[in-house]
Design a protein around this ligand. Structure first.
Ligand SMILES: [Zn+2]
Length: 611
């Protein structure tokens, strides 16, 4: 296939340019043609976004028609060989033309159920997030999963998959490969081979093989650290070492000796059964940039320090942001005596890992040496995915506070204890959970809050609610629970917290119970530094994709560094509605390439501003 150029699309007469784009949208060339109204395109990404906008503006009827113009997956059209050339290529690559009779029958059954529920065919970009093809099992399990979606959501998901199909088809036409994006995507796969064994298998034996769990200083965690260390060395960093808390630190030195340092990075630990990109994307993207700089023999006028933080998620020990905390002098010595679920103290775990606890205080950085901290992170939310925008500029990281607690009442016989004599600890916590839900929603409804923060202004969650040794015929005497409260400003967070704590007290008094509560984490809201945020904005703009702002509902290492230096974050769109802390977390190699390009741009722009 002869390739075309962006310049041709921008400069040829409209009809000729449109002819170059035929076959992008299945039997629907009008989309690319109308998108040409937005010429000239600064980049292929800009053309992709213009096509997304064209379909969005067209409304529901043409959107449905487009979805219905697609063949069924491994359906009759494939068997009778009446697919378009593009579809044949994609279905063949996914191995769908080579199904066993059983697989084929199962897919036909899924096609029928799907069509009966939604009234349009199931559409999946079978070439997947890396463009190299999903396997049959991945396709079938996605099909099964999406059958449960709400019809409105599923139509939108089909359209997103169509845009992804088009993105890959356009890449093919342009003879373009997101080569660095592919590589960084592969690095995530490589690192994901290391996982704590059996962390989930107690609850779901079938999940054990696929799960990714890397908690502080386990064998898998140490293997991740040494793999990242080797990777940094291979990329051409000048100094690479593992520090006293297990952070992997790589420095790419400046041209001059007394230059300041830009710090970046994110965490390599994961939650239990987490995703492959949470944290790690923010390590690998700058590593790829350093490798490109080193290959080109280029130096920056500042040191670039990339830190792979050892611990952010607070899974094995209640020590969230341990890795970044150590760099701002906020390592808490009492953490050392905490025990994990197996009774191993952090002190023992650190000694066993060969870490020198006495060196921890020396890790605190002198902020005067730094230009600031930037962090790339997968969004972990649905906003960018819903809007079909690859990158987002973070304006502020929400402040948060967490508690674990226990309500104690009286365990008694479920049959003989009258309803008005019960001291049920679980229903008290249930009541509290409903209050958290209601109060957080009310605070969001205050106009002053929603105007400045359209997304995740204020959220509250009771994520754990356990009746220890509960029985079917016993009124719960104890109930353990957690509280996670967040808001865009500290004032809003504290307002929610004070209301929730007062309600807990009131519930306990009314029900004759008592509660204990331990605060396990409190983090201040962290607004982005205007100058660093501006550098991200310029970088994103230079790629020809929309400059979109959003707050971060999740906490990140950047909020720790914020305590001592300016910071700003860049979010990357996640697939599957941006799901995170879940194996379905996903992002494409095209989006990774854009992220690398944006990071490179930021480095070069910062270089210019430092001269
Ligand atoms: Zn993270």
């Amino acid at each position: 296939m002869s390739t075309i150029t962006l310049n041709q699309i921008n400069t040829l007469p409209r009809a000729e340019a449109a002819a170059l784009l035929t076959g992008l949208y299945e039997h629907s060339d009008w989309i690319a043609e109308q998108a040409l109204d937005a010429r000239p395109f600064a980049s292929a990404a800009a053309l992709k976004h213009a096509m997304v906008k064209t379909l969005e503006k067209a409304g529901r009827a043409p959107q449905l028609a487009l979805v219905r113009a697609h063949p069924e997956l491994a359906g009759k059209a494939m068997v009778s060989k009446s697919l378009t050339a593009e579809s044949t290529n994609e279905q063949t690559k996914a191995g769908l033309t080579n199904c066993t009779p059983e697989e084929f029958a199962h897919i036909q059954q899924l096609n029928a159920s799907y069509n009966a529920k939604f009234g349009f065919p199931f559409i999946l970009a079978v070439r997947g997030p890396r463009g190299s093809g999903l396997n049959k099992q991945q396709i079938i399990s996605t099909f099964e999963r999406r059958l449960h979606n709400h019809p409105d959501y599923e139509l939108a998901e089909c359209l997103r998959n169509i845009h992804r199909i088009v993105e890959i088809r356009l890449n093919d036409k342009l003879g373009y490969e997101p080569a660095l994006g592919h590589e960084v995507w592969d690095w995530h796969e490589w690192l994901a081979q290391f996982s704590d064994v059996g962390a989930m298998s107690k609850h779901a034996p079938h999940a054990a093989r696929e799960e990714l769990t890397v908690t502080y200083l386990t064998d898998a965690h140490l293997k991740c650290a040494s793999t990242i260390e080797l990777g940094m060395k291979a990329c051409g960093f000048d100094d690479v070492h593992i520090d006293a808390v297990g952070n992997v630190v790589g420095v790419y030195k400046a041209t001059s000796h007394n230059a300041k340092t830009l710090m970046t990075g994110s965490h390599y630990d994961t939650v239990r059964n987490g995703g492959k990109y949470d944290g790690r994307l923010g390590i690998f993207v700058p590593m790829a940039c350093v490798r490109e700089l080193a290959r080109a023999g280029k130096r920056l006028p500042f040191n670039l320090e990339v830190v792979a933080f050892a611990e952010e998620e607070g899974q094995r020990y209640k020590a969230t942001f341990l890795g970044s905390g150590a760099l701002v002098g906020d390592f808490k010595n009492e953490w050392l005596d905490q025990q994990d679920a197996d009774g191993v103290t952090m002190r023992q775990a650190m000694k066993q890992a060969g870490l020198n606890i006495n060196d921890i205080p020396k890790l605190a950085r002198n902020a005067a040496d730094y230009l600031g901290f930037v962090e790339v992170h997968i969004e972990q939310g649905p906003v960018l995915n819903e809007l079909d925008i690859p990158l987002g500029i973070v304006t502020s990281i929400n402040g948060s506070v967490r508690f674990v607690g226990e309500v104690v009442g009286m365990a008694s016989h479920a049959g003989t204890t009258p309803m008005d004599r019960r001291r049920d600890a679980a229903t008290a916590v249930a009541e509290l959970a409903l209050f958290v839900e209601k109060r957080a929603a009310e605070l969001n409804a205050v106009p002053a809050n929603t105007a400045t923060n359209p997304t995740s202004a204020c959220v509250g969650t009771v994520g754990m609610l356990t009746v220890p040794n509960g029985s079917i015929n016993v009124v719960p005497g104890r109930c353990q629970f957690s509280l996670d409260l967040r808001a865009t400003t500290d004032a809003m967070r504290d307002a929610l917290m004070n209301d929730v704590l007062a309600e807990l007290k009131a519930i306990c008094e009314r029900r004759g119970l008592h509660a204990t509560l331990e605060e396990t984490m409190r983090a201040s809201a962290a607004p982005s530094d205007a100058k660093l945020q501006g550098l991200w904005e310029n970088a994103v703009q230079s790629l020809g994709v929309p400059v979109f702002h959003l707050p971060s509902g999740a906490g990140h290492d950047a909020m720790k560094l914020h305590e001592v230096m300016p910071q700003a974050m860049l979010f990357v769109r996640g697939q599957n509605a941006g799901i995170s802390h879940n194996p379905l977390e996903s992002t494409t190699s095209d989006d990774m390439q854009l992220t690398i390009d944006a990071f490179m741009h930021l480095l070069h722009n910062m270089q210019a501003s430092q001269k």
